[in-house]
Write a new protein. Structure first.
Length: 196
């Protein structure tokens, strides 16, 4: 019987398989490296693109912030101008108010009564004066309650005193100015214009 030594043949096949396995491992490593490199490159490009977009957005936000600040400054300036305009309109509306108040008071004062002081705070007028009788003060209160320009007279205090043997009454009262409606003011102005 013949004996065949298969050992070198097996060794050659094993060496061939190891060489093929090494080549496949090397090719897998190269392919994995290429995939990693391509993924890294793709992610880097995406990151750069996103950073560029973020930069553009930050510039746009900074520009909008500046425009918003300019708009706020303009709104503040507009509010200041409107406040000044309102003050001027109030002054224009109320410039003849003192004359009207004094004229109305002289019309409503009964005889035997004179005023010592007139003070105005907003729409409230405080009158201090002297009358020869309490009836004169009551007449003044009634006259002011039906006045076209004043309303709600309120007698705060009245006290008697004697001066040179004559009994007199010192009084203190408050009265409110009527709020004139916008429609009434032109009508009164037309009436005044017609009278003059």
């Amino acid at each position: 019987m013949m004996r065949i030594n298969l050992l070198p043949h097996r060794q050659i096949k094993r060496a061939e398989r190891q060489r093929q396995f090494g080549l496949m491992g090397l090719m897998a490593a190269v392919a994995a490296g290429a995939v990693v490199f391509m993924g890294w490159t793709y992610l880097g490009a995406q990151k750069e693109s996103q950073l560029e977009r973020n930069g553009r957005l930050e510039k746009a936000i900074a520009s909008l912030d500046k425009e918003i600040a300019d708009i706020r400054n303009l709104k503040d300036q507009i509010n200041n101008v409107l406040e000044r305009k309102q003050i001027v309109e109030n002054l224009q509306t109320n410039r003849s108010q003192a004359v009207v108040i004094l004229d109305e008071l002289t019309r409503q004062l009964p005889e035997g009564l004179y005023l010592k002081s007139i003070k105005q705070q907003g729409n409230l007028i405080t009158l201090t004066g002297v009358a020869d009788t309490n009836a004169r003060v009551a007449t003044l209160v009634r006259n002011l309650s039906v006045s076209n320009w004043m309303e709600l007279p309120n007698l705060v205090e009245i006290k008697s005193f004697t001066l040179n043997g004559i009994k007199q009454n010192e009084f203190n009262l408050t009265v409110s100015l009527k709020v004139q409606k916008a429609e009434e003011a032109p009508v009164k102005n037309k009436i005044k214009g017609a009278q003059s």
